[in-house]
Ligand binder design. Sequence first.
Ligand code: MYR
Length: 280
Amino acid sequence: MKTAIVTDSTAYIPEELRNKHDIHMIPLSVNFGGETYQEEVQISAADFYEELKNREDLPTTSQPPIGQFLDLFDRLSKDYDAVISVHLSSEISGTYNGAAAAAEMLEGMKIYPFDSEISCMVQGFYAIEAAEMAKAGVSPQDILNRLNEMKVSMRAYFMVDDLTNLQRGGRLSGAQALIGSLLQVKPILHFVDKKIVPFEKIRTKKRALSRVYDLFREDAALGIPMKAVVIHANRPQEAELMKAELQVTYPHVEFEIGYFGPVIGTHLGEGALGLGWYKK
Ligand code: MYR
């Protein structure tokens, strides 16, 4: 049984790594002043943050058109018996529902959309693990079982420099009443039931970061093999520093650096930082 693995661009798996693992990617788009760019294809993260500096208007984002899923799934059906399609949380984007609708339209094919309930390299962890299992000939059902098992230990916390973009884009749940007070602080954010909610209100970025380190320690101190990612929105040096600090303290954890690309960067703004992890 040959299973193809698809994910969307917001997993921000670098092209080289996607190619290595045979992961197929469907791009979401950013729209700047009437022009639409498919991220990771027509606009890179570096170009996006540069462009952002020159613009007054905030970009908007859009999910991939359903035709793109239909084309890709149809193409994959020539070489594969099944497709697992891993997407960003269905509560922050219609991408997963687009994949699910396309899967229903292509009745004869075995297409399994998977809602990662998150995004960025944390979503990428699911796609990469699925791809490794697919390469080893594991059945789609067993791959999906493993992805659901991964969800149990998957954690991610992130902080933004300014909550305005998240609020304007309507992706901050359950915080409307709090918004005034949240804007004065550096809240730690996370996902609950596929939605972004504030985890804790903290006054400074330094303290917020130290709280995220505490949360990480609760899991990492158990000594179980883990994979973790430091994710940044155009702050490579800060991310490298975080990774280096954490790596020294937790040598049994495999750390990497990820990035918030154009679509997620539109909603989080430049300067956002996150830490995600799961038990292997
Ligand atoms: C769309 O237009 O369909 C895309 C909407 C994307 C919303 C992104 C909201 C922020 C997600 C933060 C993810 C952090 C993961 C660690």
